[in-house]
Design a protein around this ligand. Sequence first.
Ligand SMILES: C[S@@+](CC[C@H](N)C(=O)[O-])C[C@H]1O[C@@H](n2cnc3c(N)ncnc32)[C@H](O)[C@@H]1O
Length: 259
Amino acid sequence: MNMQATQTESMRRRRPEHASRTAASQAAFLLPHLTPEMDLLDLGCGPCSITVGLAAAVSPGTTTGIDLDPRSADGITVVTGDVTNLPFPDASFDALFASALLQHVADPLAVLREASRVARPGAVIGVVDADWDGELVYPTNAVLRRSTEIAKKLREGTSPFVGKQLRHLLTEAGFVNAEASARVIHHGTAEETASFGSFTAALFRYPAVVSRVVSEGWTSAEELEEMSLAWTAWGQDPGAFVARFWCEALAWAPAFRTP
Ligand SMILES: C[S@@+](CC[C@H](N)C(=O)[O-])C[C@H]1O[C@@H](n2cnc3c(N)ncnc32)[C@H](O)[C@@H]1O
């Protein structure tokens, strides 16, 4: 099975909360740096639920969202395209943003180098992404631990540990004065754990995932079903809890570029 196709399919299984993310929930660290009349680019905009809030902050400046599989939104120019090869001229934007994008790409630095190319001198960039290191999951058992190993294999070729590197990668890409911080997202109510459990359970039933895992010989379809049932049961456990780091970084394009 083509891994890129599997990743794209798996990204299309969007978590319900993807569409409920807002600029306030996901871009609060960037909003104070946005001013009216900036031209803004949202890389990997997906459902554009965050983009619309960013657009309000820069209006009457323009807002563009780019994604392999974008959804349209009022007031936003939505472009279907690859963030590793942006279809924009050099120095096109005053503000750039990426949420939950870099963990899904093989080469986050290549994306940030493209972002640097299309950034105007002095442009601000805000990047936010998860880092799977340090994830807390309770309770756990042998089936759930095994499912985590399978999930890690499915993420090979992407960047699930990019969060901690954001400040470094922005600097490598040519941005300056990078500053990073982190917050923790958690699922610790009956509704939240049921949603997290059922989303994770669905992963192990997803046809493209089952087909890839079985053909790679990582485990059997029966064991995948057992993992799926274990995550559904986890979601119903009144003591279940999961927490994960989300890292945020801000940086700026240099005011002057050396040729
Ligand atoms: C987890 S979603 C995040 C969407 C949105 N930014 C948010 O935080 O709700 C990741 C998005 O990145 C997009 N994506 C992944 N790789 C991409 C690439 N190489 N070029 C453009 N978009 C990409 C996916 O299509 C998907 O919409």
